[in-house]
Ligand binder design. Structure first.
Ligand code: RFL
Ligand code: PHB
Length: 403
């Protein structure tokens, strides 16, 4: 057994774990990351594309923003299309100057991985059998296997950044946590292609055939999604079938000029709203997807992970630098307030923009539900006040204060 001592053991090298590690290290708080898969595997997962200003600033603070500013693109607005009718949400004007950054999660992760390697910080990729022990004591530790050897990390705190299927959340005794979950009756079929985006800004489209999203990664790479039944599988969708269906759901003028090409990635993601309360237990703290999942409609998943990271990073920094032990117990309460706001926004945007068929959002007839959602769309995408409500949440609500 190799026994190593580190102040903070971080489980998971997704964006949450890597960003937390980088920010803590900048403050002189050492940490070690344990990751189940390889770095290449992590980078192969195609996920988020939209970063709120809060995350942009945090990446700057972590010293990993150069490539984002050079290659990413600020978006001043976003489009909503309802049955072919295009509505522009002017994020910048409606929020008093805020914009969102279009830069892929893959690139954020790559930048963080490179910075971590350059700083000489320790990460154990391709580790197995990670277990967290004695979190209720003052001497928690993490064990895992790596390269045929057994490791033990003695630490002060464990940061559970290991996503929805990780071990961290499950380490909290069942009787001590409450999980809230809503699984939606559809998923998103996503396609990545080396074709120029069909529009300068993202288009979230609601049509009679279901939801579609036109997004992008760069001037030459597009990312598109369509709502599909949960029972569907990728094998049912040839590239041609995908493009044909996508075009039917986007506004006609956009579809007409859209450039299509071979897919370089195609996958189906189920949609889920999930929250685990509390987000801390003993010396274990949960961050990002380990604690909460949102449907991607509001582009909030990665951004919620970022606000968790900022909150815990500030609390731990104040603990180590100023001896502020009192803040440690406040993490969950502070983080959860913003998490629920993001959950509510993502749920609400999903409700307004998807076709639910006969499925009930709340207990009411499908016809009545349709009327409610049509009225929501009229107000929130049709009036200045409504658009302001959407814009302020889309660009991101303020982070919790730690003082
Ligand atoms: P991750 O990225 O899942 O990373 C967790 C890491 O932990 C590892 N792990 C373990 N390591 C050690 N031991 C174990 N036992 C472990 N078990 C797991 C995993 O291998 C992995 O590397 O979680 P993190 O860091 O919390 O980051 C969260 C984000 O990835 C997620 O919220 C976003 O991608 C969600 N999301 C979006 N968020 C946005 O803010 N804007 C968007 O535009 C957006 N679009 C999306 C999305 C998610 C999507 N999918 C596929 C779910 C679009 C899609 C399609
Ligand atoms: C993406 O580009 O992958 C993306 C953008 C916005 C969303 C979800 C996904 O709301």
């Amino acid at each position: 057994m190799n026994t190593i001592r580190t102040p903070v053991a971080i489980i998971g090298a997704g964006p949450a774990g890597l960003l937390l590690g980088q920010l803590l290290a900048k403050q002189g708080v050492e940490n070690i990351i344990v990751e189940r898969v390889s770095g290449d595997y992590v980078l192969g997962r195609i996920r988020a594309g939209i970063l709120e200003q809060g995350l942009v600033k945090l990446l700057q603070e972590a010293g990993v923003s150069d490539r984002m500013f050079a290659e990413g693109e600020y978006h001043r607005g976003v489009e909503i299309a309802i049955d072919g009718k295009r509505v522009h949400i002017d994020l910048e004007n409606l929020t008093g100057g805020d914009q969102v950054m279009c830069y892929g999660q893959t690139e954020v992760t790559r930048d963080l991985m490179e910075a971590r390697a350059a700083a000489g910080l320790t990460s154990y990729y391709e580790s197995s059998d990670t277990q967290i022990h004695d979190i209720e004591s003052d001497a928690p530790y993490v064990t895992f296997s790596h390269d045929g050897e057994q490791y033990r990390l003695d630490c002060d705190f464990v940061a559970g950044c290991d996503g929805f299927h990780g071990v961290s959340r499950k380490t909290i005794p069942e009787a001590k946590r409450t999980e809230f979950e809503r699984v939606y009756p559809f998923g998103w079929l996503g396609v990545l292609s080396d074709t120029p985006p069909c529009n300068d800004e993202l288009i979230y489209a609601k049509s009679e055939r279901g939801f579609a999203l036109a997004s992008m990664r760069s001037k030459t790479r597009s990312r598109y999604y369509i709502q599909v039944p949960l029972t569907d599988s990728v094998e049912n969708w040839s590239d041609d079938a995908f493009w044909e269906e996508l075009k039917k759901r986007l506004p006609a003028d956009v579809a007409e000029t859209m450039i299509t090409g071979p897919s370089i990635e195609k996958s189906i993601a189920p949609l889920r709203s999930f929250v685990c309360e509390p987000m801390q237990y003993g010396k274990l703290y949960l961050l990002g997807d380990a604690a909460h999942i949102v449907p991607p409609t509001g582009a909030k998943g990665l951004n919620l992970a970022a606000s968790d990271v900022e909150t815990l990073y500030k609390i731990l920094t104040k603990f180590y630098k100023e001896g502020r032990a009192d803040l440690l117990r406040e993490y969950s309460e502070k983080a959860l307030k913003r998490v629920w706001a993001g959950e509510r926004f993502s749920w609400w945007m999903s409700n307004m923009l998807h076709d639910y068929g006969d499925e009930q959002i709340t207990a009411m007839s499908a016809e009545m539900q349709d009327r409610f959602m049509a009225s929501e769309r009229d107000y929130y995408f049709g009036t200045e006040e409504g658009k302001t409500v959407v814009a302020k949440q889309y660009v991101g609500l303020p982070y919790p204060t730690v003082e």
